[in-house]
Design a protein. Structure first.
Length: 116
């Protein structure tokens, strides 16, 4: 007999009060924005009834965002951060929170994966 065992779920439903939305308005709870739960970056999947959202912490998935400054992106495969003042992806670590890794651009959007 074979069964399946999941070590960790990559999607979590959390209270909106526990979610930090970066400043600048580039990231939101409505449009699959990048948010932080503690120091961990995630992507909002959907708003739930009441005061909760479902956030994905899937490190094996690639995500896209149009919130970036092309002049301030890292080299492919390097760490990417979320700007504290504008909520856009950046290569600058100082004063910003780690999101994950940058994988290039596709169709006018930056491609990234979340940090484990």
């Amino acid at each position: 007999m074979t069964g399946e065992h999941r070590l960790l779920s990559v999607n979590k439903t959390v209270a909106i009060a526990d979610v930090t939305i970066p400043a600048g308005g580039a990231q939101t709870l409505d449009n699959h924005g990048i948010v932080f739960v503690g120091d961990r970056a995630g992507v909002v999947l959907q708003k739930e009834a009441g005061n909760q959202v479902t956030v994905s912490f899937d490190t094996q998935r690639e995500w896209t965002t149009e919130s970036y400054d092309s002049a301030n992106l890292p080299k492919i495969g390097e760490k990417v951060y979320l700007g504290a003042s504008d909520g856009k992806l950046t290569k600058t670590a100082s004063g910003n929170k780690l999101v994950g890794y940058y994988w290039g651009t596709i169709g006018g959007a930056a491609l990234f994966s979340l940090h484990a």
